[in-house]
Design a protein around this ligand. Sequence first.
Ligand code: SF4
Length: 224
Amino acid sequence: MPRPSPTSKNKMITTTKINKVFSLLELSHQPTMLEQLQGHTPFQLLVATLLSSRTKDTTTIPLVKKLFQQYKTPEYFSRATIKDLEKALYGIGFYRVKARQVRKLAGIILKEYGGNVPTTFEQLTFLPGVGRKTANCILNYAFQQPAIAVDVHVHRISNRLGWVKTTTPEETEEELKKIVPKQLWSKVNMLLVDHGQRICLPRKPRCGVCPVRKECEFGREVLN
Ligand code: SF4
């Protein structure tokens, strides 16, 4: 029997339903930024995640690949001058602020953790500039730990699908943890971020070409 899971409105979202949506999305999945950067170190994935905020992946990915050829470890970042880092990050949103942020982060990781990115949610969120979403991304993509990283795409699509009825990403994370089986947590960010970037767009979702429209509360309403 599929495991029924209550949402905040007492609607039953089953594991079977969630699996079906994930299977359909997997058929046309294109790798997210962090999937494209697999093979990089946890520190590099952490820096890339911080740099990617308010910046398009198509800008972030080539820039960080080039950046990590020159700045490979926390030592390189902490030894760099702010001016050099600003130059290397030029093109990224808020590059000046982020140059200072990543240098500070590198210094703390060196001093407090011997150069290794910490592996717990509590330690990660204690680092400057690292919130719930970034910490969960690192647990998920860098350390292969079960975590649900909720960004704007995951929050929006979970609500449109009718899986949750929430107003903040934090609430969405809590609700998704109740209904998504733990072994599927790592798929949530990977599949919904890609879907949100290409199909389930913020303002004009492309429901007519969406592979999960039959499983989606919002899609069923607009297409009926
Ligand atoms: S049917 Fe529309 S709203 Fe639902 S997931 Fe697809 S694109 Fe998004």
